[in-house]
Design a protein around this ligand. Structure first.
Ligand code: ZN
Length: 196
């Protein structure tokens, strides 16, 4: 089932998400739905808060990134078919000299900006089979993981761009939060309750 993607402006994207247990209701169905939702939106990652669930879960599939410019054969091979579920992840360490890459986000359509991140990330997480894994990733895979991990911490990539750029896109962000957006997938916009 395809789920609507939460747009910028919804407080769920700003919440620190909570860990889940192995008995979390319909987890397997939820993960399938998240992959289906991400794929129809041509995303390479999707975090649970983006489908309105404040839980520590995200998925990554870097296959659509394989055609990106400047990748080595080794990187291409690693990214092709890299499809992983991260449950209750903890970033252990980030290392290396930060590098810039133009990021986007399914919750913030139409905005792409350079974000600087460290090139290597070591992360501990449970996979779909609930095996505890500790692994070090680098390059674009690391970047996608870092971006998605930020989501479960309530952080968005637009928080990480320089102040001038942030000012330049502020009106666009405001529009997205009001539902003025051109995305070719279904989105969900936050409607604050009117005070009585
Ligand atoms: Zn995102």
């Amino acid at each position: 089932m395809i789920l609507p993607i939460v747009a910028y402006g919804d407080p769920v994207l700003r919440r620190e998400a909570e860990e889940i247990g192995q008995d979390y209701e319909n987890l397997s169905v939820l993960i399938d739905n998240m992959f289906e939702t991400m794929e129809q939106a041509n995303g390479v990652g999707l975090a649970a808060p983006q489908i309105d669930l404040s839980i520590r879960l995200f998925i990554v599939d870097t296959t659509p990134f394989v055609d990106s410019k400047g990748l080595s054969e080794e990187e291409k091979n690693e990214m092709n078919g890299f499809r992983e579920v991260f449950i209750n992840p903890i970033v252990i360490e980030e290392e290396g000299k930060p590098w810039a890459f133009e990021e986007g986000c399914l919750s913030i359509p139409g905005i792409n900006e350079d974000v600087r991140r460290k090139p290597t990330v070591t992360i501990e997480y449970y996979n779909r089979e609930w095996q505890l894994i500790e692994k070090t990733f680098s390059g674009l895979i690391a970047r996608v993981i870092q971006h998605e991990y930020d989501h479960i911490e309530g952080v968005l990539f637009t928080d990480k761009i320089n102040a001038l750029k942030r000012r330049l896109i502020s009106r666009k962000l405001e529009s997205i939060s009001k539902g003025i957006v051109d995305a070719n997938y279904q989105m969900k916009f936050y409607k604050p309750r009117k005070a009585k």
